[in-house]
Ligand binder design. Structure first.
Ligand SMILES: Cc1ncc(COP(=O)(O)O)c(C=O)c1O
Length: 338
C-alpha cells in the first residue's frame, strides 16, 4: 500500500530482512520467532535510530542547518548514529551525554569521537534540563551565524515516528511474502518512538499483531504515558498533512502494551541471566544482542513465552533494533563468565 511519507534523506539500507529464528535448546518455550534485522540498517550507522534519522535529517536540511545537536547516555546508540549521519551528510555533530567523560573511549563513544562529534558531558543532576541545554547550544550557534537543528532524546519526536511507520510497511510486505501474519511484534522500549511508530504503522497498514514493548528502564506505566505524549505531539504537527485519516487518532496510554520486569538492575546494566542470553544467541544463532536494549527485549520475549503468553504455533516478530557497539564496554563480564 502506498503511503505519503514526509521527505527523507537516505541513510539506512532498507528494507531490512525478516529471518526465521532457529530453535534454541536453552529457550524451549518460544513460539515461532522471526527477527526483523534492523541491526542491518548499516554498519557503524546501524540500528533502529537510523530509520528515525532519515526523517530528522531531512527536516534539518530543509532548515539549512549546519550543525545537529542531540543527547543520550554515554553509550547512546542514538547519539552515535546521529554523529555518523551528520558526518556522512557534511554537518557538524554536537552531543550532550549524561555522565562523566570516560577515561577511555569505548564502544559508541569511540565512534562518536571518530565521527568528529563535539561532546559535552553533563551530570545526572543536570540531565532533567537537557532540552534547555541543547536549546542554549543551538541558540549560541545561531547567534554566531550557524543554524543548528536539535533532535530530542532517541529521536522519539514526531518526525522520528515515521521511521517505524515505514518499518510497519516493510513488515506488511514481509507477511505477504512469507504467507503468514505475525501475532505479536516485540520491541525494546527506551524512549518510546519505535513503539509509537509501530502502533501507528499497525493502524495504517492493517497489521494483525499487537505491538508488545519491553521497557529497558523505568516502568510500563511511565512509557505508556510517554508514548501517548509522543502521539499527541505527532497529531499537532501532522494533522493538516493527514487531515481526515482514520488512523490519525491519539494513542492513549491504554492502547500501549508493555511487559515489565526485564529491565534489570539499572539502565544499560544487564543481569547475569541477560549476559547469558547474549552469549547463547551469539553462539547458537550468530545473532548479537546488546546489554542495554535487545538483550533485555529478548529476555522479555523468552520470559513472556515461559509465562504462556503464546501458543507454540504463534508467529512472533522480534525487532532487532541494533546496539552491538555497547557490547564492548562489557568485555570483561562477557569474556569471564561461562
Ligand atoms: C539498540 C536500541 N534498541 C532499542 C531502542 C529503543 O527505541 P526507542 O528509543 O524508540 O524506544 C534504542 C534507543 O533507545 C536503541 O538504541
Amino acid at each position: 500500500m502506498e503511503f505519503g511519507f514526509p521527505p527523507t534523506l537516505k541513510l539506512a539500507n532498507l528494507p531490512t530482512p525478516v529471518e526465521r529464528m532457529r530453535d534454541v535448546p536453552e529457550l524451549p518455550d518460544l513460539p515461532n520467532v522471526y527477527v526483523k534485522r534492523d541491526d542491518l540498517t548499516g554498519s557503524a550507522l546501524s540500528g533502529n535510530k537510523v530509520r528515525k534519522l532519515e526523517f530528522a535529517f531531512a527536516e534539518a536540511a530543509e532548515m539549512d542547518a549546519r550543525t545537529v545537536v542531540t543527547c543520550g547516555g554515554i553509550q547512546s546508540n542514538h547519539a552515535r548514529a546521529t554523529a555518523i549521519a551528520a558526518a556522512r551528510l557534511g554537518l557538524r555533530p554536537v552531543l550532550v551525554l549524561r555522565g562523566a567523560a570516560p577515561a577511555e573511549s569505548d564502544g559508541n563513544v569511540l565512534l562518536d569521537r571518530l565521527a568528529g562529534a563535539e561532546i559535552r558531558f553533563i551530570s545526572p543532576e543536570e540531565w532533567p534540563h537537557v532540552n534547555e541545554i541543547m536549546a542554549e547550544i543551538a541558540a549560541g550557534l545561531g547567534s554566531a551565524g550557524e543554524k543548528a537543528y536539535v533532535i530530542p532524546e532517541g529521536a522519539s519526536y514526531p518526525p522520528g515516528v515515521f521511521g517505524y511507520i515505514k518499518a510497519a510497511q516493510e513488515i506488511a510486505a514481509a507477511e505477504k511474502e512469507l504467507g503468514i501474519e505475525f501475532d505479536t511484534i516485540v520491541t525494546a522500549v527506551g524512549s518510546g518512538g519505535t513503539t509509537a511508530g509501530l502502533i501507528y504503522g499497525k493502524r495504517i497498514f492493517g497489521l494483525k499483531g499487537n505491538v508488545l514493548g519491553i521497557n529497558v528502564l523505568d516502568t510500563p506505566e511511565y512509557f505508556a504515558r510517554r508514548i501517548a505524549a509522543i502521539s499527541e505531539a505527532f497529531i499537532v504537527k501532522y494533522e493538516n498533512r493527514y487531515r481526515g485519516a482514520s488512523w490519525l487518532k491519539p494513542i492513549l496510554p491504554g492502547d500501549v502494551e508493555i511487559a515489565g520486569g526485564y529491565d534489570g538492575p539499572a539502565y544499560a546494566v544487564p543481569t547475569e541471566e541477560g549476559l547469558g542470553l547474549i552469549r547463547t544467541c551469539a553462539r547458537r544463532l550468530g545473532l548479537f544482542l546488546d546489554p542495554a536494549y535487545t538483550g533485555k527485549a529478548m529476555l522479555g520475549l523468552a520470559g513472556e513465552a515461559a509465562k504462556g503468553r503464546w501458543r507454540k504455533s504463534d508467529n512472533v516478530l522480534f525487532i532487532h533494533t541494533g546496539g552491538i557497539f555497547s557490547l564492548f564496554p562489557w568485555r570483561k563480564e562477557l569474556a569471564s563468565s561461562p
